[in-house]
Design a binder for this molecule. Structure first.
Ligand SMILES: C[S@@+](CC[C@H](N)C(=O)[O-])C[C@H]1O[C@@H](n2cnc3c(N)ncnc32)[C@H](O)[C@@H]1O
Length: 322
């Protein structure tokens, strides 16, 4: 499958997981609802006519709305990157002076073109905002960053995204908890929240209470949902799996994150997809097996599981047991 990649990058980008998510999609009908949009790579590859896309990060939402509205076009991006790329090449401190200039301009008055620049000239394709909500990733230290071939690559990404974003797609800049209740029977909600206990910045604070609220909302929804989370790495298990998500079906896959500041975050991690619908047995064969929990939860189960201690699940030799 050829994956459509977005013009912005982030350490949590799910490009590698797109075919896997697509493989388990229950249907192409209804509305695709993504409360934690991030770079948008998952939504862009799912081919839904209708979508509700949301993120608390206003820069992401503004960029995609402006592409949808034709305010940001491939041609505008090309001219901008050629102009700023030229300045980067000749700027003092090996280009860093111009990177700082764009960063300060963006932090003073955010705009989508500077956002693309920072995302593509920042260290290791990372996206992070400090406590004041300002861009907080240093320069990749490549003054020649915006060579013609790289500009063309970014421009092509904008072109493809402008083709897949449909007029019917709605963009929001709200809390996830305001978006999930919009889902109706027949819709599909894909959730990729910040991973609990792994990474925090201005737009990615994530507490146990957030996870519990998400669990409560996804338990009540009439729509189908798929949740991305991490299952375990070499150091530890994700305690939220035992606490909440074992109530649903889970499949897992090894994944290696190439970018990320902390060394722990750059190691291999076992990714999980949690869903509230039954999965094909065929899928189980190449996904470490399925941990099944097909029955509908009763209110009693729900209350129990919300306060239950973690870890009734044992993950061993690629199989689940209890
Ligand atoms: C792990 S990233 C999503 C990555 C995305 N799936 C991708 O492939 O690029 C989580 C996203 O959720 C957003 N976010 C964090 N807390 C949120 C909240 N309470 N409500 C909505 N969005 C939130 C962050 O700004 C971030 O973009």
């Amino acid at each position: 499958m050829k994956v459509i990649t977005p013009p912005i990058k982030s350490q949590g980008i799910k490009t590698k997981l797109v075919p896997w998510i697509k493989e388990i999609l229950p249907s192409k009908e209804g509305t695709w609802i993504e409360p934690f949009l991030g770079t948008g790579v998952v939504a862009f590859n799912m081919n839904y006519k209708k979508a509700i896309l949301n993120d608390t990060n206003p820069h992401i939402i503004l960029l995609y709305k402006e592409i949808q509205d034709g305010i940001i076009t491939p041609q505008i991006v090309r001219s901008y990157l050629e102009k700023e790329g030229d300045k980067l090449k000749t700027a003092g401190d090996n280009g860093y002076d111009h990177f700082r200039y764009i960063r300060d301009r963006f932090n003073e008055k955010p705009n989508s073109l500077d956002f693309i620049f920072l995302s593509r000239a920042g260290f290791n394709g990372m996206m992070r905002f400090n406590k004041k909500g300002q861009w907080n990733i240093p320069f990749c230290k490549k003054p020649e960053r915006f060579a013609q071939a790289y500009i063309t690559k970014i421009v092509n990404q904008v072109t493809r995204v402008s083709h897949v974003i449909k007029l019917e797609w709605e963009f929001y800049n709200k809390q996830f908890s305001e978006i999930i209740p919009l889902a109706k029977k027949g819709d599909i909600i894909y959730c990729d929240p910040p991973y609990y206990g792994r990474y925090v910045d201005y737009y990615n604070g994530w507490t146990e209470e957030d996870e519990e609220l998400l669990f409560n909302q996804l338990t009540k929804t009439e729509a189908k949902f798929i949740l991305s989370t991490w299952h375990h790495n070499v150091y530890r298990e994700n305690e939220m799996i035992g606490r909440f998500w074992n109530n649903f079906n889970i499949i897992t896959k090894d994944h290696f994150y190439h970018s990320g500041g902390k060394i722990e975050n750059r190691r291999s991690i076992v990714e999980a997809l949690v869903c509230n619908f039954d999965l094909d047995e065929e899928i189980a064969k190449h996904n470490h097996g399925i941990k099944k929990k097909p029955k509908q939860l009763s209110i009693f189960d729900l209350e129990k599981s919300q306060y239950a201690q973690s870890s009734s699940t044992i993950y061993k030799d690629g199989k689940f047991g209890s």
